[in-house]
Design a protein around this ligand. Structure first.
Ligand SMILES: [Zn+2]
Length: 357
């Protein structure tokens, strides 16, 4: 159904919103630590990686959780950005087979993403694996963190290798009927030191990434004139900061633009990554209170910023308890109750075109 709202002319009293989901269809926290430790590197048991070994039973997305997510975005008309990893945790390619998923479950998850979620969200690769880089030529897994391998390719100007990497992602997703738009770069640490202190997540090399991204998207659709990246790099303009607006990171000679999304930094449902732990109500209310008058997302909306937040496959499924999904369902219900039609959900590209700077 077409919306009647002209997304390029959002009135002052409307609240722009964008719902971001990263890491699907695996628990990237678990797999990144597991493979890093198998490669002989220490893995810290802090922050996101606290008790990462306990996440083993919930290391892959279940079909029923993917279905519940699609139900939720359809119920509330939510739009945003959703990751589909082409080679999740390097366990295989989604257009072939992925170790741990039955062929049937993989097919069902992909059809939920393609036939339901993609109608309301831009589907991005989060490069290929979100663990270690996968060499498109040989199929080898390289002994680095993928984010920093990409940073290395960008800052050392290895444009052909960078394009081959992105092309592989687009090709795999297009083989399963998904036309990827935009690119997410996963949060990781540079355990091998390949990037020598540089990081896409600090903005290093992202103009090079933007240029390669437009080129690859055009190989699959020559009409592409805009795209976006999401690396977690902080805002660099006053206006971007004030509005939580996507910011330009690359402009081609013909006017094509690549923006960087800006989101609330911390995953607001991170407290349930290891299951309910008695914090479900507290985590829900911290986003928007039962009286609808307080909470992080209310503060964002009332301050005139776009309401842009990021959750993860592993925080939604919350150790296969599903409480992350419960929380977000209730949060979206409360947001709708408070703001009604003033709340305008955008895909990432729609947000860029509505308020990008
Ligand atoms: Zn991620």
């Amino acid at each position: 159904m077409e919306s009647f709202i002209d997304r390029t002319k959002v009135a002052d009293d409307l609240i722009n919103a964008c719902f971001i989901v990263d890491d699907t269809p695996v628990n990237a926290t678990y797999w990144a630590q597991l493979q890093q430790s198998a490669a002989g590197y220490d893995t810290p048991d802090t922050g996101w990686a606290t008790r990462w070994r306990d996440m083993a039973p919930a290391s892959l997305l279940r079909v029923k959780d993917a279905e519940r997510f699609a139900d939720m975005i359809e119920e509330f008309g939510i739009r945003g950005k959703f990751t589909c990893l082409p080679c999740p945790a390097a366990l295989g390619r989604v257009d072939q087979a992925v170790r741990g998923f039955s062929d049937d479950d993989l097919k069902r998850i992909l059809s939920i993403i393609r036939d339901r979620i993609a109608k309301q969200m831009d589907i991005t690769p989060e490069v290929l694996t979100h663990t270690q880089p996968y060499d498109p030529e040989t199929g080898a897994r390289l002994p680095h963190a993928e984010t920093f391998w990409l940073t290395h390719l960008c800052v050392t100007g290895q444009a052909e290798k960078l394009r081959a990497y992105l092309r592989h992602a687009w090709k795999i997703l297009s083989n399963v009927g998904i036309r990827a738009r935009g690119l997410t770069v996963g949060g990781m640490s540079d355990f091998s030191g390949i990037a020598q202190g540089k990081s896409l997540a600090c903005g290093d090399g992202r103009d090079v990434l933007g240029e390669a991204l437009i080129a690859i998207e055009r190989e699959f659709n020559p009409k592409v004139h805009a795209s976006f990246i999401y690396t977690g790099a902080p805002s660099y303009t006053e206006e971007g900061k004030r509005k939580r607006a996507p910011e330009t990171v690359f402009k081609a000679g013909d006017g094509a633009v690549v923006h960087e999304l800006q989101s609330i930094v911390d995953d607001p449902i991170f407290p349930v990554i290891l299951g309910p732990c008695d914090v479900v109500a507290k985590t829900t209310d911290a986003l928007i209170s039962p009286g609808l008058d307080r909470g992080l997302l209310v503060d964002e909306a009332e301050s005139g910023r776009a309401v842009v937040f990021t959750v993860h496959c592993q925080t939604l499924v919350a150790l296969d308890s599903g409480v992350g999904l419960d929380i977000m369902h209730e949060v979206c219900r409360r947001l709708k109750e408070r703001y009604g039609k003033r709340l305008v959900w955008h895909t990432a590209l729609e947000l860029c075109s509505a308020i990008g700077v």
